[in-house]
Design a protein around this ligand. Sequence first.
Ligand SMILES: [Cu+2]
Length: 244
Amino acid sequence: MHKFGMTGLSLTSSLIGLIASVLPASGYAQEIADNVKGFDHLWHEVMVSITIIGAAFAIIMVYFMIKYRRRSDEQEGSQKPMSTVSAIGWAVIPVFMFLAEDLYMAAKGWELYNDYRNVPENSMEIKLESAMWSWDYTYPNGVKSYNELRVPAGTPIVLRMTSRDTLHSHYIPDFRIKEDSMPGRVTYIWFHPQEPGEHVVTCAEYCGLLHSRMAGKIIAMPEAEFTAWYKAEAKNLEQNLASN
Ligand SMILES: [Cu+2]
């Protein structure tokens, strides 16, 4: 009996472990996806994959070109035509092998795309209106800034974007994210500055004469420093409004 009891217990606990590992993480503390690592990793995998496949094809082709080259003008090949079955086999099997590889990569791409579209909980929401030729940011407390976005390091940031005039695209290379902004529609991107530091913002959608000058920066600050700056700016804003 005792023995049975133990088995039942360990079975139950391993069942609980299994269920816990299958359940989605939502409901628990949400882990913030690392898009930078994810995209870099996928890019690396794609490069490795095409390099290996490309090199293998090139080596085999060169080997065959030398081995089966024509040695004199009169020489004729002795190879018999392939049977239908082996011709189909040689076409279909490699296609599925490479397709499997492509689908595997594509699945990883979809996963990353989902991360890129799923805004983490407790993100700080900042409005962005792009215009010829500037980035106009508005913080939740009404503070505005132009071409320079200060954010607290460690907090995910979501930009809700629209445009005053034409199409622009808010591109932050360091965070591997880019999204168009356009009049009459709200689009979004989010990023997670984990450390204090500066990051270039640039416009990635040709928007007229000064498109190439449409650059800005994200300044991720230590949280306490950001809070002090944020409060001071809010106070300035209040005083300006009161004096007008
Ligand atoms: Cu632009």
